[in-house]
Design a protein around this ligand. Structure first.
Ligand code: FAD
Length: 471
């Protein structure tokens, strides 16, 4: 284990020289505290940084990395802190590098259909910028209004449009990044194909801030679909709802933009959080299915075909969101579920398991079995159309911390063993971070872990880049 050095007042002074004094937080517990955590509920995954720096140029990032590398001080890059795996938590203290001042759109190139952005641009703002140009960036995590593009790239974020459009990595064409020793590496460009050596962009996309700091990102954009239609299918039970997912595409010949799943409890909590009395509370589970395109007639036909399919699969009722406002109302409820749960239970664990799509029903059934066996609640929701289930393991209010700390790892190992048996993984989009680190070996081989470690050691031999994550 590398021994890290503390951030001394002399180091803090040098950081101020690099960034400018107003952009360095040191010796100020109240202002450092928000950088000690991400959006994982509770107090388990928290650690105060010794110093926070907020650089705004690649040269400054490089100078900070050179200093940290020579002084053996850990550096944790931080986007908006909306992560759900502890990725931005500085588990060894040291420097937190907040990227919020890297907030510019550098260039829109309509001829090449690319947008070049700094990593601190908020994901939603990319689309707001593109809208007047009739263009579209398909990333749509449920945290879209708060998370940064840099954080999306670092986690290879998924979200609510991935069934049709795929996850972040499909859109990253180029990266400028600062390596742990301060060298600047440029990858890719405005190219739609490139086999010049190893394909490093997919390696860096999803590297959770452990291999370097992104300072510029080139994203592919596509024409904006003019219309989106949303269907809500209500089922009596969650087993029925998830059973309808795997064959939806082959059964209708339609690839929806999204197939989102919410069990009754998740949906009700989302409504409660927003104080929205949407009168669907009686449903056991809901599928939110969206299609998009440019031709209203085709979309109407697709909704009709999906409706017929969903009824055949047991949906009791189907509603179409007729207006933009209704669509936004439903999606807002869906986006609010994580936040609603995080406030509700003092002891809970948000899971991000991903299985082959056809195994979604098995994993939801397993969650039900485990809930009964261990006496906990496990509501489920998520991006069912791409096999990604967010189950929340929630302890009853009268459990002690000791009982929770004893039970959770046993329950998770049992759940993950089933996930592995189904050919799945423990994270589909939130990443490993420090939260899932102890469970890596439940789903991957020693050879896989050794290969990850070899890459890490080659690029970061001193282990200063976001240590304590992944392995
Ligand atoms: C309500 C809610 C809903 C969510 N829904 C989704 C969803 O649908 N899909 C999904 O994928 N995720 C979702 N998330 C999780 C989270 O929003 C994503 O993981 C997001 O990509 C994190 O972005 P961020 O800017 O907040 O990054 P942070 O949380 O600040 O950091 C995440 C990781 O990225 C690294 N990092 C950040 N910026 C850089 C950079 N410039 N260079 C290198 N490394 C960097 C950090 O070191 C850390 O390891 C949700 C979270 C919440 C709270």
């Amino acid at each position: 284990m590398t021994k890290y050095n503390p951030v001394t007042p002399e180091i803090a002074e040098r950081l101020k020289e690099i960034c400018g004094a107003p952009y360095v937080i040191y010796n100020d517990a109240e202002r450092l505290e928000p950088y000690s955590r991400d959006e994982i509920p509770g107090t388990h995954y928290r650690r105060m940084p010794e110093v926070v720096v907020r650089p705004d140029t690649t040269d400054r990032v490089a100078a900070i990395m050179r200093l940290a590398n020579s002084e053996l001080i850990p550096v944790t890059p931080r986007g908006a802190g909306s992560g759900l795996s502890g990725g931005a938590v500085p588990v060894f203290g040291g420097i937190v590098m907040a990227m919020d001042r890297f907030n510019k759109v550098v260039e829109l190139d309509t001829a090449n259909m690319t947008i070049t952005v700094e990593p601190g641009v908020i994901a939603n703002d990319v689309n707001e910028y593109l809208k007047p140009h009739g263009l579209f960036y398909a990333g749509y995590p449920m945290s879209v209004e708060m998370c940064q593009i840099g954080g999306n790239v670092a986690e290879n974020a998924g979200g609510g449009k991935a069934v049709k459009y795929g996850v972040t990595s499909r859109y990253v064409l180029g990266l400028e990044m600062v390596l742990p020793d301060g060298r600047v590496l440029n990858l890719g460009g405005k190219l739609l194909k490139d086999v010049t050596g190893y394909n490093l962009i997919p390696l860096m996309t999803g590297s959770e801030g452990t291999l370097g700091v992104f300072t510029k990102i080139i994203l592919k954009v596509i024409p904006r679909p003019r219309f989106q239609h949303d269907l809500l299918a209500l089922f009596s039970t969650r087993d029925q709802a998830v059973a309808a997912v795997p064959a939806m595409i082959t059964g209708t010949g339609i690839t929806p933009v999204s197939i989102e799943f919410m069990d009754g409890e998740a949906f009700r909590q989302g409504c409660r959080w927003l104080n929205d009395p949407l009168p669907l509370g009686r449903a056991g589970a809901i599928l939110l299915v969206s299609v998009d395109g440019n031709d209203p007639g085709t979309l109407a036909d697709q909704c009709e075909a999906l409706g017929v399919y969903l009824r055949r699969e047991g949906a009791d009722e189907i509603y179409a969101a007729d207006t933009k406002a209704e669509s936004e109302r439903i999606w807002k409820i869906r986006r609010s579920i994580p936040e609603a749960f995080s406030q509700l239970y003092p002891r809970q664990s948000g899971e991000d398991i991903v299985v082959p799509c056809a195994s979604i029903p098995d994993v939801v059934t397993k969650c039900g079995e485990l809930a009964r066996k261990y006496g906990v609640a496990i509501p489920c929701y998520g991006h069912a159309g791409d096999g990604n289930v967010h189950s929340r393991v929630c302890a009853p209010a009268d459990w002690s911390d000791e009982k929770w700390d004893e039970t959770l790892p046993v329950l998770l190992r049992e759940l993950y063993a089933e996930v592995a048996r189904l050919g799945g993984r423990i994270s589909g989009e939130h990443g490993i971070g420090c939260k899932r680190k102890p469970y890596m070996e439940t789903v991957v081989s020693r050879e896989y872990l050794d290969t990850l470690r070899a890459i890490k050691n080659a690029l970061d031999p001193n282990g200063i880049m976001n240590p304590g994550k992944i392995f």
